[in-house]
Design a protein around this ligand. Structure first.
Ligand code: 7TS
Length: 388
């Protein structure tokens, strides 16, 4: 059997159909779309199809914007820093609210705003591991809060945040709402009209497009100053020549992601549940977060007496890729806030292992993983019990 990839929340395989669709834009139709000659203009219809697929994938309206960026990190930076230049000025609203469990590209952008004098509130998660409208209501201040930025689904736990409710609370209090939907696209339905979000970030490589291409939805009327100044690409809203093959690929990947949502919520979930049940059958093991409020592909497990990192290496040795899921933020060794909020005790809290599936994961791979995982846990527990 070939090696097994269960780290799909970090990145995904490029769907072969996506790769095939991108191929002509490297050595045949390689013109710069801003050029006036045929090499430039012949790519326009393909770009338009890709944009249509992205708009319909998140249910954006024609009058809204989707900027093509290099990754979700760029999309998130554009919103958070853009809000500083646009709205957060002395004497005006000077507060941003986010959570303690955002990806570092949101968290560190917010920390940067703090150095510029912005007041940032990092909301704690509740006992379910999420932030809900009740918590946001406690902290939001109609006179101060300019922006609320809360992820749609957490990359480590897979826990899904109630975005519609959170967006409503932000709007009732006169704040704009941004969501990092990187881990939601292709796993659960994402609808910008239904939720009412003002800004939404996504990243191609999390849904079977290549790395190096992402997007930012901006609702009509919520224009932001560009993060990258330069030429007039994206109507001056994001300078730099667009990655045409990447855009074509991400458009198709979005369409495929949406058309596979049913498969994700049935078959991927079924395989995830088989793996999760097998993990939970190992004594002294927990999985973080209730299944019904998690993305269908994710497991963050904690196994007493087994360090997450040791288990990752053991699995890697046997050609299975998983991730530690940062039970501790690696540099700071601070306990993960979700673990803390959910009262996972200290010994368990330092042993997280994240297993994340995709629509390319097979039942055979899951069965093999279960066998290897059980044997590895036993081996590591034996080693740690022999330690003096
Ligand atoms: N936001 C979330 C929620 C993410 O999970 C990631 C990547 C990013 C933003 C960054 O995306 P990029 O397009 O800039 O690469 N998350 C992970 C992860 O969980 N393990 O490795 C990368």
């Amino acid at each position: 059997m070939e090696r097994i990839y269960l780290d799909n929340n970090a990145t995904t395989i490029v769907d072969p159909k996506v790769k095939e669709a991108m191929d002509p834009f490297y050595c045949q139709m390689y013109g710069n779309p801003n050029s006036l000659h045929d090499f430039g203009t012949e790519v326009h219809p393909y770009m338009r199809i890709a944009f249509d697929r992205l708009y319909s994938g998140i249910n954006a309206r024609d009058e809204d914007d989707i900027l093509i960026t290099s990754c979700a990190t760029e999309s998130n930076n554009t919103v958070i820093k853009g809000m500083y230049y646009k709205l957060i000025k002395p004497g005006k609203k000077t507060q941003v609210i986010t959570t303690q469990v955002e990806h570092p590209c949101v968290a560190n952008s917010c920390r940067f705003l703090e150095t510029l004098g912005v007041d940032v509130i990092y909301l704690p998660v509740n006992e379910d591991g999420i932030v809900d409208g009740k918590i946001l209501r406690e902290y939001i201040d109609p006179d101060k809060t300019a922006l609320v930025s809360i992820m749609w689904a957490n990359n480590e736990t897979g826990l899904i945040f109630p975005i519609k409710e959170l967006c409503q609370v932000a709007h009732e209090n006169g704040a704009l709402f941004h969501t990092d939907a990187v881990q939601a696209i292709g796993k659960i339905p994402v609808d910008v009209q239904d939720t009412g979000v003002d800004f939404l970030s996504f990243s191609g490589h999390k849904f079977h497009a290549p790395k190096g291409i992402g997007g930012l939805f901006i609702r009509k009327g919520r224009d932001l100053p560009p993060l990258l100044h330069g030429g007039e690409q994206m109507a001056g809203k994001r300078a730099g020549t667009v990655d045409v093959p990447g855009l074509v690929g991400m458009g198709l990947a979005m369409e495929l992601a949406v058309s596979n949502l049913d498969y994700e919520s049935t078959e991927v979930r079924r395989l995830r549940d088989i793996l999760e049940d097998a993990i939970l059958a190992i004594p002294d093991t927990i999985v973080v977060g209730q299944r019904k409020i998690r993305t269908p592909n994710t497991i963050l497990a904690s196994i007493r007496g087994v360090e997450g990192e040791a288990l990752i290496w053991e699995l890697n040795r046997q050609e299975i890729a998983a991730s530690t899921g940062s039970a501790c933020a690696s540099e700071s060794l601070e306990p993960n806030p979700t673990f803390v909020a959910m009262c996972v005790d200290d010994q368990l809290a330092h042993t997280g292992i994240r297993l994340s599936l995709s629509r390319f994961t097979t039942e055979e791979e899951i069965e093999k993983t279960i066998d290897v995982l059980k044997a590895s846990v036993e081996r590591l527990r034996n080693i740690s019990s022999r330690r003096p």
